[in-house]
Design a protein around this ligand. Structure first.
Ligand SMILES: C[C@H]1O[C@@H](n2cnc3c(O)ncnc32)[C@H](O)[C@@H]1O
Ligand code: ZN
Length: 430
C-alpha cells in the first residue's frame, strides 16, 4: 500500500508536557513528534501556527441516532421522558432513520472534535454504515431490553449476535461491537447473566445504564433486594470490561464494588442535570481510583454532542457540589475525555494521547479567537473557554475528516437535509 503522509507543522502539542513542534503522520499512525518546524515534506501539510493539537475526544456514552429526537421532549424527568415521549417514537424507528440520525451525529462530532465514541442503540448495522462513511471510530452495541420476557430475550440475543458477526472489527478496525444490555430495570437477571457469559467468551465489552435515578435504585431494590451495583455484583455481572453510564446514586459500598471490579464509569453531567437525575460523586470516585470518563448521552437529553461543553460542566458541577473549587482540575477533565475514555474502551494503547505509534486521531483547535485570547494556558482554554465550534481540523485513523472547519468526507448540507427528512417522517408516524 502506498504511504500517505501528513505534516502538522509549527503547532502547540498537548501532551504530558506542552511543547511547540511538529507531528508527522504516516497512513493511520503518528510516526514522529519533533520540536523542529518547517523541516519535513509530506503529501499534506497543515499549518498549526497559533493552533493547539490535542488527542481526538472520546465520548463514552451516546445514542447517536437520537439526534432525530433533539428538542422533542425537554424539561421532563427520565421516566416520563422515556415512557411517554421517547419510547413511543422509537417504536417507529427504521434502519434508514437510524442511519440518517447517526450520520448527523457523526458530522456533529467531527465538527466538535470527537473522533471516537461508545454507542448503544438500534439498527446498529445501519449505524455502523454511517460510522464507516464518516471515518470516525466507534464501539457499537444493540440496546437490549427484554422486560423479563423469554421470547424478547431470545430475540435480543439474535440481534446482538447478528450485529457482532456483521460489524465487529470492520471499517479498517475503526468499528468494534459490544453487548448493550440497556439497564438493570429493563433487563432480566437471565439476560444479564447470559450477556456476562457471552461477553467473557467473545472478549467483547459491555455497555449499560446503571444507577441513573433514585427511582431506578428503588425499583431495583424492590425487585432484587439490593442497590443496582450490589445486585449486579451478586449475579457476577461486573468486571473490568463493563462500561456503566451515569452511576449517579451510589452508596459507599457500591463505590467499593465498582473499584474492586474495575468497572469503568461514563459520567454524563449535562444529561443528569437536564433530566434532574442527580449529581454523580465523580470527584469521590476518582479519588477512590475509579476510571471515570465523559459521555453526552443522546441528543434528546443534552441536547448536543459537544464534549468540550461536557468537560467544562463536569468540572464546574463537581466544584459547586463539593464546595471545593480545586476538585476536577482542567488537566484531569481533559484526561477523562481522552486517555481515560480510551482506557474505558480498551483502546489506551491506540488512542487518547499524542504519542508515536498511536493512531492518528487528532484535533486542531484554532486559538486565534477572542474567547481564546490571550493564548497562554492551552489546557485551561480547552476546558474552560473553548467549545466545539473552535475546532478547526480533525483527523481520524490518519484521514483528514475536516480541514479549516470544512468537512472533507461528507456533504454537510446533504446530511442535514437527509436527517431533517428522516426526523419529520419519524415524528409524523408517532
Ligand atoms: C438505547 C435505549 O436507551 C434509551 N435511553 C436514552 N438515554 C437514556 C438514559 O439516559 N437512560 C436510560 N435510557 C436511555 C434510548 O431511548 C433507547 O431506548
Ligand atoms: Zn443513555
Amino acid at each position: 500500500m502506498e504511504t500517505k503522509s501528513i505534516l502538522i507543522d509549527n503547532v502547540t502539542i498537548l501532551g504530558d508536557e506542552i511543547k511547540k513542534g511538529s507531528v508527522i503522520v504516516e497512513n493511520d499512525k503518528i510516526v514522529e513528534i519533533t520540536e523542529k518546524t518547517g523541516s519535513h515534506s509530506a503529501d499534506e501539510i497543515i499549518n498549526g501556527e497559533k493552533k493547539v493539537l490535542m488527542p481526538g475526544l472520546v465520548n463514552t456514552h451516546t445514542h447517536l441516532s437520537m439526534t432525530l429526537m433533539r428538542g422533542l421532549a425537554d424539561d421532563l424527568p427520565l421516566d416520563t421522558w422515556l415512557n411517554d415521549h421517547i419510547w413511543p417514537v422509537e417504536a417507529n424507528l427504521t434502519g434508514d432513520y437510524c442511519y440518517a440520525g447517526a450520520l448527523l451525529a457523526c458530522i456533529e462530532m467531527i465538527k466538535s472534535g470527537t473522533t471516537a465514541f461508545n454507542d448503544m442503540y438500534f439498527f446498529m448495522d445501519d449505524v455502523a454504515k454511517a460510522v464507516d462513511n464518516s471515518g470516525l471510530r466507534g464501539m457499537l452495541s444493540h440496546g437490549m431490553i427484554d422486560l423479563g420476557d423469554e421470547e424478547k430475550r431470545k430475540a435480543e440475543f439474535r440481534e446482538t449476535m447478528r450485529i457482532i458477526e456483521k460489524c465487529h472489527d470492520t471499517a479498517d478496525g475503526r468499528i468494534k461491537v459490544a453487548f448493550g444490555p440497556h439497564a438493570p430495570y429493563t433487563c432480566s437477571t437471565e439476560l444479564l447473566k447470559e450477556v456476562r457469559e457471552k461477553a467473557s467468551k467473545l472478549g467483547l465489552k459491555i455497555h449499560i445504564h446503571v444507577a441513573e435515578t433514585e427511582f431506578e435504585v428503588g425499583q431495583v431494590k424492590e425487585s432484587y433486594g439490593a442497590r443496582p451495583f450490589e445486585y449486579l455484583d451478586e449475579i457476577g455481572f461486573l468486571a473490568d470490561d463493563v462500561i456503566a453510564a451515569h452511576a449517579v446514586w451510589l452508596s459507599d459500598k457500591e463505590i467499593k464494588i465498582i473499584k474492586e471490579n474495575n468497572v469503568k464509569l461514563s459520567h454524563n453531567p449535562t444529561s443528569n442535570m437536564k433530566l434532574a437525575s442527580g449529581i454523580s460523586p465523580v470527584s469521590k470516585l476518582i479519588e477512590s481510583g475509579v476510571n471515570v470518563s465523559l459521555g453526552t448521552d443522546g441528543a434528546a437529553s443534552n441536547n448536543n454532542l459537544d464534549l468540550f461543553e461536557e468537560m467544562k460542566l463536569a468540572a464546574l458541577l463537581q466544584k459547586v457540589n463539593t464546595g471545593d473549587s480545586t476538585v476536577l482540575p482542567a488537566e484531569k477533565v481533559l484526561e477523562m475525555a481522552t486517555i481515560d475514555a480510551a482506557a474505558a474502551l480498551g483502546l489506551e494503547n491506540e488512542i487518547g494521547s499524542i504519542e508515536v505509534g498511536k493512531k492518528a486521531d487528532l484535533v486542531l483547535v484554532d486559538m486565534k479567537t477572542p474567547s481564546l485570547t490571550p493564548f497562554r494556558h492551552p489546557v485551561s482554554h480547552v476546558v474552560y473557554a473553548a467549545n466545539g465550534g473552535d475546532v478547526d481540523t480533525v483527523i481520524c485513523n490518519g484521514e483528514i475528516l475536516m480541514r479549516n472547519k470544512v468537512l472533507e468526507v461528507l456533504d454537510e448540507a446533504e446530511v442535514i437535509q437527509l436527517a431533517e427528512g428522516a426526523a419529520e417522517e419519524l415524528l409524523s408516524k408517532s
